[in-house]
Design a protein around this ligand. Structure first.
Ligand code: HEM
Length: 331
């Protein structure tokens, strides 16, 4: 299943960067090997999701949203999102719609978060002092206890590690837009004073990876420095950028595009911004906290051996092989 999801992601990237949409030709799905593989992958994903939907529908307990929100999810055998959707929507939603929603969650929500955690571990393993600092915070806030929302608010350093990992390895590394009408993009710093004319129908790739590592916007851009997000940074002659200022979004648990005036865009911005951003950040914070609470992590090889590949997200070529040591001093 996971291989099929990766296959679908690779195909999404291929289609967004290829010049001619040859896959639209009727015979392409049978004649072109990579299209044959894509349709095979899609079938694996669809079959799996259809099975889950069938199962959830057979055990449906239809109710209204209010009652669903009051359910005791900690004692529910199946507390999945699918269970929620099926019980809430009853018969008014067809299987295709449910499958599409699940596919969105799987592609948009699963691989992205998994990649963030992978790179957070990769970065921490190379910075043992920062791993120790994170573990000290966990011990102080949590000890051996369980995480609650109130405690997440106190895990300041862990939250910064998550966003710093997203800065260095944004998922996806590119945002894609297509202009619906002719427009002129601003020239920006050191760009053309007259801006850039964009004909209608142009595909535009915004390289979030480059933006997040731009020396104009970040000090030591390639270094892993979670603390950087605490420091205000003024616009030092960077035309059109009003700097980094945490006070712009008071109460935000995580730095965002408003605080950074769009220099930090891990979830996009504007009307098409990620709908799962807060959920994903919280989920990543919890997963990382539990890992560091229980284990010390070391890379098994050298960092250089961990090769990057992209397929909508940035992931490792052959996995991230680590040595985990149970933290017996804590437990
Ligand atoms: C760390 C994890 C995640 C990252 C880095 C991430 C990042 C993004 C980005 C960059 C976009 C595109 C924004 C654009 O094109 O401007 C996006 C869109 C989206 N994301 Fe996420 N995402 C994450 C987790 C999730 C989760 C957990 C969900 C669902 C629960 C989710 C659901 C969506 C959806 C539905 C869209 C499309 C929104 C639209 O086009 O209107 N994402 N995400």
């Amino acid at each position: 299943m996971l291989n099929a999801v990766y296959g679908a992601l690779f195909e999404a990237e291929h289609r967004s960067t290829f010049y001619v949409p040859y896959w639209k030709f009727p015979l392409a799905r049978w004649l072109v090997p990579r299209q044959r593989k894509f349709h095979k992958d899609l079938k694996v994903i669809n079959d799996c999701l259809d099975g889950l939907i069938r199962n959830a529908k057979e055990t449906r307990q239809e109710t209204d949203v209010e009652k669903l929100q009051q359910r005791d999810y900690s004692n529910l055998k199946d507390a999945s999102l699918l269970r929620f959707l099926v019980d809430m929507r009853g018969d008014d939603v067809d299987d295709r719609q449910l499958r599409d929603d699940l596919m969105t969650m799987l592609i948009a929500g699963h691989e992205t978060t998994a990649a963030v955690l992978t790179w957070a571990v990769f970065l921490l393993a190379q910075n043992p002092s920062k791993m120790k600092k994170a573990q000290a915070e966990i011990e102080q806030v949590l000890g051996q206890g369980k995480l609650t929302f109130e405690l997440i608010k106190q895990l300041k350093y862990i939250r910064l590690i998550v966003v710093e990992s997203l800065r260095l390895y944004p998922q996806p590394p590119l945002l894609i837009r297509r202009s619906l009408k002719p427009d002129v993009l601003p020239g920006g710093h050191k760009g053309d004073k007259d801006g850039y004319a964009i004909p209608s129908g142009t595909d535009i790739f915004v390289s979030v990876y480059n933006l997040h590592r731009s020396p104009y916007l970040w000090d030591n851009p390639n270094e892993f420095e979670p603390e950087r997000f605490l420091v205000k940074r003024n616009n030092e002659g960077i035309e059109g950028w009003s700097g980094f200022d945490p006070s712009r979004s008071p109460g935000a648990l995580y730095p965002n595009e408003i605080i950074s005036d769009f220099a930090f865009l891990p979830f996009g911005g504007g009307p098409r911004k990620c709908v799962g951003d807060q959920f994903a950040l919280m989920e990543s914070t919890i997963a990382l906290t539990l890992l560091l609470q229980n284990f010390d992590v070391e890379l098994r090889g050298s960092p250089e051996e961990v090769e990057l590949v992209t397929g909508a997200t940035i992931h490792t070529k052959n996995g991230l092989w680590c040595r985990l040591k149970k933290r017996s001093d804590v437990h």
